[in-house]
Design a protein around this ligand. Sequence first.
Ligand SMILES: Cc1cc2nc3c(=O)[nH]c(=O)nc-3n(C[C@H](O)[C@H](O)[C@H](O)COP(=O)(O)OP(=O)(O)OC[C@H]3O[C@@H](n4cnc5c(N)ncnc54)[C@H](O)[C@@H]3O)c2cc1C
Length: 387
Amino acid sequence: MEFGITDEQIDIRNAVREFVKKEILPYADEWDKQETFPYSTVKAMGQLGIFGCCLPEEYCGNNTGFLSQMIITEEIARGSSSLRVLVNTQALGTALTINKHGTKEQKEKYIHKLITAEYLGCFAITEPNVGSDIMSMETTAEEKDDHFLLNGTKTWISQASLADVMLVYAYTDKSAKSKGMSAFLLEPKGLQGVNIEKIDKLGTKLLPTCEVSFSDVKIPKENLLGKLGEGSSIVFSSLCQTRLSAAAGGVGVAQACLDVATQYATKERKQFGKQIGEFQMVQDIIAKMVIEIETAKLMVYKAAWQKDHGKIHNDLEVAEAKYLAGETAVHCADGAMRIFSAYGYSTEYAISRYLRDAYAYPLVEGTSNICKWITAMDHLGYRKANK
Ligand SMILES: Cc1cc2nc3c(=O)[nH]c(=O)nc-3n(C[C@H](O)[C@H](O)[C@H](O)COP(=O)(O)OP(=O)(O)OC[C@H]3O[C@@H](n4cnc5c(N)ncnc54)[C@H](O)[C@@H]3O)c2cc1C
């Protein structure tokens, strides 16, 4: 059994770590406070190849694979959890899905622009009445002569107010159940019938999250992604990739919590004449953080490695990794808060941002319960997770 990562992956990690140290960490708290989206940094991320690991070179990707993409995602989240979301909005939830299901024209039009961040993307699944239960989606796209007519409301859509391209899922034939959902690409800026409102939220502050309503929005027929009725297989296949990147993000946020807690306990805070890191009860918190992070990271890397070796629809391993990484992010934020104590409660230190951001991880891209459900159903033999 080989647990190492390759020299190329070590170089990628070091390059991104350096980028995060110089271009993200010094500004992340201020962007968060001001809710400023850092366009130039996002463009620089695009130029560095951060969004291109799972995409082919002909569309500006670098084809270095899922494990490289997860290593990168973890490093970005270590600097800014909000910016790691872009791995999904630019790459795995959009460009990769277009690459798998799109026509040649759709691929040529969108993929390189998403990877280079010339275009910002988003994907819209969730609705006001529809969270985990995706198949009960209410948005519809009615087929007309030369277009579809889209009606409904999506919510919690990351980056929607900035997006140049949106991947929307809707029922084209509700009576056909899983064979009646379809996927569409639309360009929402200035499109008649589209209304986008920003949601005020606890964390992930620099990235807008939005409610998007569609009222008789005309979608040209050529904007259908994949075949009519293929939407549910597209959405679940796409979720198996975006869920893993959320898991890598959880590991990154947990690692950020450990970084600042270690610095504070060993270099900054003394009580009773000692660095607080010398107290065993503080060491207990640190030890648990170290072990949980290592375990979650191994599970994320294993699932990514499987994808790189042809097992792309490894829903079971992805759900297990996502569950553990999401919980680890919250445990580590809680542990770091206890070590910082009153100073953690102030907004002076980054830990308050990490705490707010960490709480997204047990719920985005499949809640912890849903990930446990997938795992238990598979183990008990009621429903196999991997196709
Ligand atoms: C910051 C942020 C960004 C997001 N970005 C996007 C985006 O870009 N695009 C998008 O489409 N969506 C996005 N979402 C939505 C996210 O994917 C949903 O929040 C998630 O799918 C869960 O849905 P829900 O929050 O409505 O919870 P619900 O499904 O309503 O669940 C509520 C509770 O019930 C539990 N529950 C539900 N069903 C079961 C079950 N069968 N068994 C056990 N427990 C169950 C859940 O685990 C949870 O604890 C985002 C959300 C946030 C917070």
